[in-house]
Design a protein around this ligand. Structure first.
Ligand SMILES: [Zn+2]
Length: 243
């Protein structure tokens, strides 16, 4: 290979490096209830990353990991975060700085108990769009797709039944979110209403995707759930626009 060939090869390598897929920090630290299914969430996320090559993952599993990887300066290594059934008041080095970092144009993906995180930090609850209030016994509910064009729901049946632990929310205002999935009956009383299961919102230039589903391992491992999560991640990372 001549000098020009080497230069061309180097340029190609540089171009490939600059196109590295986005990187997500998966947070699994819990300070309240700890779901056994967190291990399954990690496996499902890693499977989606490996099979799609659309993003890569790093993990914050301990307080020490959070201190090292979720400090505002360290977050520069990531394009977004996944809160995988996190609970309680996490020891984030700079909570307000973390919310500001999302608003700068980064992705936030919340799974199931993510809304049971930071009960004492309104900035987080306002960012995620609701706070876990209550769940009854695991039950069958009918879920209705409210946005059939969004990447997180467009591949789902328009209505389907799911058996899972179903959350009710407080600090939730439908005017502040874009609902993707909802129930029309209260999961316990069966009263009529509109009860959200998944939504998105924008936090400044950042994109927030939350799904309340995913308590049970069989739900997390279902094909439809993987499409749902993958679509939510791609949307939050700006890889797949909602039409
Ligand atoms: Zn749960």
């Amino acid at each position: 290979m001549g000098v020009l060939g080497v230069a061309a090869a180097s340029a190609a390598l540089l171009a490939a490096a600059s196109k590295a897929p986005p990187k997500l920090l998966v947070v699994t630290v819990t300070k309240g209830f700890r779901h056994d299914s967190i291990a399954t969430i990690e496996k499902v996320l890693q499977g989606l990353a490996d099979s799609s090559k659309a993003f890569t993952l790093d993990y914050a599993r301990t307080d020490e990991d959070l201190a090292a990887k979720a400090a505002v300066k360290a977050l520069a290594a990531y394009d977004g975060v996944v809160f995988a059934s996190t609970t309680g008041d996490l020891p984030l080095p700079d909570r307000d700085g973390f919310i500001a970092w999302i608003a700068e144009g980064h992705a936030f993906v919340g799974i199931h108990a993510a809304t049971d995180t930071f009960p004492g930090f309104p900035g987080f609850l306002d960012m995620i769009g609701g706070q876990f209030k209550h769940h009854g016994p695991q039950t069958n509910v009918e879920a209705f797709v409210r946005d059939a064009t969004h990447p997180a729901t467009r591949d789902l049946p328009k209505a389907f039944t799911v058996f899972d632990e179903i959350y009710q929310f407080q600090r939730y205002d439908p005017a502040r979110v874009h609902v993707l999935l909802a129930m029309t009956k209260h999961p316990e009383t069966r009263e009529d209403g509109e009860f959200p299961l998944a939504w998105t919102r924008e936090q400044g230039r950042g994109r927030v995707f939350y799904t309340a589903l995913g308590h049970r391992e069989d739900v997390l491992q279902a094909g439809w759930y993987k499409w749902h999560l993958m679509g939510g991640i791609r949307w939050a990372l700006g890889l797949d626009a909602a039409s």
